[in-house]
Design a protein around this ligand. Structure first.
Ligand code: MGD
Ligand code: MGD
Ligand code: MO
Length: 766
């Protein structure tokens, strides 16, 4: 095929794969899940490797599952591995026996590779050699590691300012690699460290820091077990955090109740069958949700306001012992203004915006009225909105009203995504570091870190687009497909002098490249990492602030792979000519990196010793102990405005979500089993009445457009499916619909792209 006049496909190809649809399921996990997980392992891995891995997943002394950041039980771990179906899929994807060698790249041009779907790209196997794409070339060619590092160093050192370079991180990077990476980036001279967190839980971090003094959640796994009420908002644990379901089950067995707030009746929320409990498998599962509230997309502030209004009213009617006035008095600021605003809300406007009935809101109020052990869990359904930070602050308002934070069984639970996204931030992967952190870093390493804040993801894309940033370096991830506004971001990346990706697997960011491009293949979580003849381990921090070791068990798929730590060290040696930092010493024994972390970051005292203890150690967490490290020393109530939701007459609100067979931009398979959607990803889930109004029939083909600030964006060729979703709301999968997410629609305070609320129009296609 001649590629000269063909364009690179920056969006996933508009090809249909053969839809089957039988509607949403009630229950999650169970036998089908085990079958699916084992099938995945058997298909892509050697049997001996599969057995070795399944015994070591999330075990003390094993490796941390790269699937999600849900914590492992402190004790009492299942002997066949603390695993879940989707964790297994993540592992099988990484630990593939298939190797992607330079032959593939000489056979297929970059343009030809771009014609593959994301699913097909994932099936090409593990990257095994460093690859280089020269300016004007059509094919990647192999390059030696030394030449690759020299090339990057040359490009970095000829920039007018270090701020013309960007250093992205995805959240799988270990503490050790992340620490070394940010140290290199700051020694080089910039704080341009955008990361996946900017698109993920940044809204939680900002809101929680301002209100309760720590940008992380306050609860432990034990708290979940002990809670009297769990409120799960904007999260789909059955697919994205399946191990959370066993914690919820324990809570329920202890008498806890669950309120689920979600536009979709997600299977894992409704019912759950524990694969490790034969009894549950026989009895066909446990009911998870006691009260399901099918909220409209972005109706959460409105719902929480109505809920707090009801609570306040009940408190007055019932003698004033439903709100924790004692806690409010001692530990909080701003209650009077807050409760005044709540008592004056336009209740009907709130109901209209959240799409719920007064009786539903009252039922929720009754469930929490006499309880104080309340935990709110949330994920992307709350954070990825223009008012994402406000959503979380409103959650905090509710917990503070009930005194439900800083005590057992109560608190905040932002459920993190990538397995070490929280640890990366703790290690200093942040474009807006505190001076106190940089002061310490400089003191310990003898460098002079820049103090000016760097660029988060959205401003980083804009900087590349405007030609102000010229070198893009990514430690993992798939920047093109994970970020909003795919066509805009593609142009931004294509504007760069050099794009570099440290990766385990091929992805679309490798084919939408700068003038020159490099792919640097690295070891994954499951691979053995040997430096200087010694086997190394790394460490990760989970969603609840526990730091644990992780050690791979498999032989790497190629002898050419380097660890992320080694890649950073070699890059630093090549780039920073007079560096006083002993990069070789740090990379040759990771204990030396941990010893440095111990000196710089609070909470890591005796790191090397504590991380070797089975189960690891907890980091300090003020909010967990009821100490609020805000400027006032108290937890802060906030008065939140009701978001504006006007839609033009023919507009819909679209959320972009994950299917059951994907890990972010990695597509393991084409099924979304719990939603009853098989063998097709280009779908739009839509309310049946809306379909009737539009004259759509099931499986009609449609095109989607968004019209934000006068710019028209388009994603063509989707199939309409009737689905139980509130009216005027629709759902599509990420990354297929990312082209519609406007680059300038993001949370005002956290800059998180508003990928859960995109205003779109839907027209019949062919
Ligand atoms: N298997 C698997 N596991 C993963 C991932 C994966 O892709 N695959 N990704 C990892 C990562 S990085 C992350 S961040 C997490 C993501 O975990 P989730 O946040 O669970 O992922 P999403 O699919 O984005 O689901 C968002 C949920 O919020 C609901 N929702 C959308 N908008 C709203 C709203 O306005 N209000 C409310 N109340 N609900 C809303 C949707 O219906 C959906 O159920 O999972 C992590 N774990
Ligand atoms: N529309 C829309 N967009 C979204 C979201 C959404 O809900 N809707 N969610 C957002 C969220 S929450 C997130 S976190 C981001 C995710 O954004 P990213 O983290 O950038 O994306 P991933 O798809 O997780 O990255 C997958 C790639 O990482 C590489 N990789 C895997 N393991 C390793 C490893 O151990 N080391 C290295 N170096 N590379 C590795 C592989 O090459 C793989 O192709 O996407 C965001 N984008
Ligand atoms: Mo995420």
């Amino acid at each position: 095929m001649s590629e000269s006049n063909k364009e690179i496909k920056v969006q996933p190809p508009e090809k249909f794969t053969g839809l089957k649809f039988d509607g949403p399921k009630e229950s999650s996990v169970g036998k089908a899940a085990i079958g699916s997980a084992m099938g995945q392992m058997a298909k892509y891995m050697k049997p001996a490797d599969a057995i070795k891995l399944s015994l070591k997943i999330n075990q003390k002394g094993g490796f941390d599952c790269p699937g999600c950041a849900w914590p492992d039980p402190d004790d009492d771990r299942s002997s066949i591995g603390e695993y879940c179906e989707n964790g297994i899929k993540a592992i099988a994807e990484e630990a593939q026996k298939k190797a992607l060698t330079s032959e593939f790249f000489s056979k297929y041009s970059v343009q030809e590779i771009s014609e593959l779907s994301d699913f097909e790209m994932g099936k090409t196997g593990r990257l095994t050699e460093p690859m280089f794409l020269d300016e004007g070339s059509s094919h990647y060619k192999s390059i030696s590691w030394t030449e690759a590092f020299q090339l990057i160093a040359r490009e970095l050192n000829q920039l007018n300012s270090p701020d013309e370079a960007l250093f992205y991180t995805s959240g799988r990077t270990s503490n050790e690699a992340a620490y070394l990476y940010q140290l290199f980036v700051r020694a080089y001279g910039t704080n341009n460290l955008p990361d996946c967190s900017n698109m993920c839980h940044e809204s939680s971090g900002v809101a929680l820091s301002e209100t309760v003094g720590i940008g992380k959640g306050s609860v432990t796994l034990q708290d979940i077990h002990e809670a009297e009420v769990l409120i799960i908002m904007g999260q789909n644990p059955g697919t994205n955090h399946p191990r959370m379901l066993s914690a919820i089950e324990k809570c329920k067995v202890n008498g806890g109740k669950v309120i689920s707030v979600n536009p979709l009746p997600e299977a894992g929320l409704i019912k759950y069958t524990d694969p490790q409990s034969p009894k549950r498998m026989l009895t066909n599962g446990i009911k998870i949700t006691d009260l399901f509230l099918p909220i409209k997309i972005n109706g959460d502030v409105a719902f929480l306001k109505a809920l707090m209004y009801e609570l306040h009213k009940m408190d007055i009617d019932q003698g004033g012992d439903l709100i924790d006035y004692d806690f409010i008095e001692k530990h909080t600021n701003g209650y009077e203004d807050f409760i005044k605003a709540i008592s004056q809300i336009d209740y009907m406007a709130c109901l209209k915006q959240c799409g719920l009935e007064a009786k539903d809101v009252r039922a929720a109020a009754k469930m929490i009225a006499r309880k104080e052990k309340i935990i709110v869990c949330w994920a992307m359904g709350l954070t990825q909105h223009e008012n994402g930070v406000d959503n979380i602050k409103e959650v905090v308002n509710l917990l503070l009203m009930k005194g439900a934070i800083g005590k057992p069984g109560a608190g905040t639970c932002p459920v993190r995504g990538h397995s070490n996204v929280q640890g990366d931030r703790t290690m200093g992967i942040w474009e807006a570091p505190k001076d106190s952190f940089l002061d310490k870093l400089d003191e310990v390493h003898g460098i002079k870190s820049p103090r000016a804040h760097g660029l988060a993801v959205v401003p980083a894309i804009n900087a590349m687009h405007e030609g102000k940033a010229k070198v893009f370096f990514a430690m993992g991830g798939n920047f093109l497909s994970a970020t909003p506004d795919t066509d805009f971001t593609a142009k931004a990346l294509q504007n760069c002098n050099l794009t570099v990706h440290v990766s385990t697997k091929l992805n679309r960011s490798h084919v939408v490249h700068g003038k020159k491009a490099l792919i640097l293949p690295c070891l994954g979580r499951t691979d053995k990492d040997i430096q200087n003849g010694q086997e190394q381990f790394v460490s990760c921090e989970n969603s609840m602030g526990v730091v644990q070791s992780s050690q791979g068990v498999l032989s790497p798929p190629s002898k050419h792979l380097l660890s992320e730590v080694r890649i950073v060290a070699e890059l630093a040696k090549a780039t920073l000519k007079n560096s006083k930092i002993d990069w070789e010493g740090l990379a040759s024994n990771y204990d030396n990196i941990r010893a440095a972390i111990e000196k710089v970051i609070p909470g890591f005292e005796q790191y090397n010793e504590k991380v070797r203890k089975p189960g690891g150690f907890y980091l300090p967490n003020g909010a967990r102990e009821g100490k609020f490290n805000t400027t006032s020393g108290k937890a802060e109530f906030t008065v939140i405005d009701l978001p504006k939701h006007e839609l033009a007459e023919d507009e819909f609100v679209m959320m972009t979500i994950r299917s059951h067979d994907q890990y972010n931009t990695t597509i393991y398979g084409l099924n979304d089993r719990y939603r009853g959607i098989y063998n097709e990803r280009r779908v739009v889930m839509m309310n049946e009445e809306d379909m009737r109004d539009k004259g759509f029939k099931k499986a009609d083909v449609v095109n989607l457009t968004s019209h934000f600030n006068g710019v028209k964006r388009r994603a063509n060729q989707f199939i309409v499916l009737p689905y139980p979703i509130p009216r005027t709301n629709v759902a599509t999968y990420f990354p297929e619909a990312n082209a519609l997410v406007p680059i300038d629609s993001f949370s005002r305070k956290s800059m998180t792209p508003a990928s859960k609320m995109v205003r779109i129009k839907i027209e019949k296609g062919e």
